[in-house]
Design a protein around this ligand. Structure first.
Ligand SMILES: O=C(O)/C=C/C(=O)CC(=O)CC(=O)O
Ligand SMILES: [Ca+2]
Ligand SMILES: [Mg+2]
Length: 399
């Protein structure tokens, strides 16, 4: 039997137990759970067919009673030191995979600070917040097929851009490549077409949370987005962390929202608090440049899900909906570089140099922690990505 030592202060103790998909050296991918610096092979440890697939989807589809039972059983096996030999792998020896098959992907815009800053930057002659913003969680449908796991290289996208004074657009690699630090929520139990998911059912439907980097080409975005919203400027890559932190691990992180005025319509009111006290950190080439506080978000994920389904739209196991960029009120809390550097006009110092947008070879890593159930903290791990040069002749199109 195998035992796992959990050092004091570990961000991956029994109060966390996030799920992922990993491959041991030269072996096929499988579902696992992280404990300290080890990964438990769930199929080997539990002999449960929900974990036979190299994806969390079958297990996530089974619902809260099965999620709770599996968490209890995993805890029991770790505490008793009764994990079968061969079921425990050192984290450093495994490759982490995309943890779930992404069904649909929606990205919200739930930070008031971020929305107001982007309003000022993109629409300097208008009110920073659009009139709808405090009445509904604004969002758009993104591209599920280009959601990639942390560590995947991010090829600089090419596309159209046009500066206000240019007569016509030009085609070429983005020159304003940016990040967006977000938290994503993963649907476990889908809902059929024609059913709205009320805010109170959030915990019955949502399996857990991941970190998201919604890479954004601001020059492509600024030219293309009117009037339908983000498109190719964001669909080239969206990175997610390899660990899905179950909602069960986030109970101690639940906090009231900062406050909503005006009061939203009845279908958006919360019966329970789903604000989350998650502290994010954004590292640019290894230096922390920002610490976005999730607790400052205006709309809760329960409200996002209620809004997303109030028209009868279906949800499916593996749907990912992201919060939108997490930005707090202070400059040092902004979750996108366009805001942090005010469009490049107020650079930040990275590696001793003033920087605005991303260069080829730059690496951005987002991490996060939250209060855990035993008084310590739990970790989300990281979502990281390195910028690779644009393709010389993108897809046969000459610039
Ligand atoms: O205000 C705009 O036109 C654009 C906003 C964004 O790019 C933000 C977005 O993708 C949603 C978010 O991450 O908050
Ligand atoms: Ca976004
Ligand atoms: Mg801990």
């Amino acid at each position: 039997m195998s035992t796992i030592e959990i050092p004091d202060g570990s961000l991956f103790g029994l109060d966390n137990l996030p799920y992922g998909v990993f491959s041991p050296a030269n072996a096929r991918p499988r579902a696992g759970v992280r404990v300290a610096d080890s990964v438990i092979d769930l199929h080997a440890a539990l002999r449960d067919d929900a974990f036979a697939a190299p994806s969390l989807n079958p297990f996530m589809a089974e619902g809260p009673a099965r999620w709770a039972a599996a968490r209890a059983r995993i805890t029991e096996l770790i505490m008793a030191g009764e994990l079968p030999p061969g079921a425990v792998h050192p984290l450093r020896e495994v490759k982490l995979r995309l943890p779930f098959e992404v069904a649909d992907y929606v990205d919200f815009y739930a930070s008031e600070h971020h929305a107001a800053n982007l309003g000022r930057l993109f629409r300097p002659n208008a009110e920073p917040l659009m009139p709808n913003w405090k009445h509904l969680p604004v969002g758009y449908h993104g591209r599920a097929g280009t959601v990639v796991v942390s560590g995947t290289g991010i090829v600089r996208p090419s596309g159209q851009r046009k500066e206000p004074d240019d007569p016509v657009p030009v085609f070429g690699p983005s020159i304003r490549l940016d990040i967006e630090a977000e938290v994503g929520f993963v649907i476990g139990v889908g809902s059929p077409v024609g059913t709205a998911v009320p805010t109170g059912a959030f915990g019955d439907r949502v399996f857990g949370a991941v970190l998201v980097n919604d890479w954004s080409a601001r020059d492509l975005q600024a030219w293309e987005y009117v009037p339908l919203g983000p498109h190719l400027g964001k669909s080239f890559a969206t990175s997610v962390s390899p660990w899905v932190v179950p909602l069960a691990a986030l109970q101690a992180a639940r906090v009231p929202l900062p406050g909503q005025d005006p009061q939203p319509l009845p279908y958006l009111r919360e019966s329970e608090d789903w604000g989350l006290d998650i502290d994010l950190a954004v590292e640019w080439n290894g230096e922390v440049v920002s610490r976005p506080p999730y607790a400052s978000m205006y709309w809760s994920p329960a409200q996002m899900l209620a809004h997303m389904t109030v028209n009868g739209a279906a949800t499916r196991t593996g749907d990912l909906f992201a919060s939108g960029t997490v930005s707090g009120p202070a400059r040092s809390q902004r979750g996108a570089f366009i805001e942090l550097t005010w469009g490049g006009a107020e650079p930040v110092t990275v590696g001793g140099e003033p920087r605005g947008f991303l260069r080829d070879g730059d690496t951005v890593t987002i991490t996060a922690t939250a209060p855990g159930e035993f008084g310590g903290r739990i970790g989300f791990g990281e979502v990281t990505g390195k910028i690779l040069p644009a393709r010389a002749e993108p897809f046969g199109v000459d610039s």
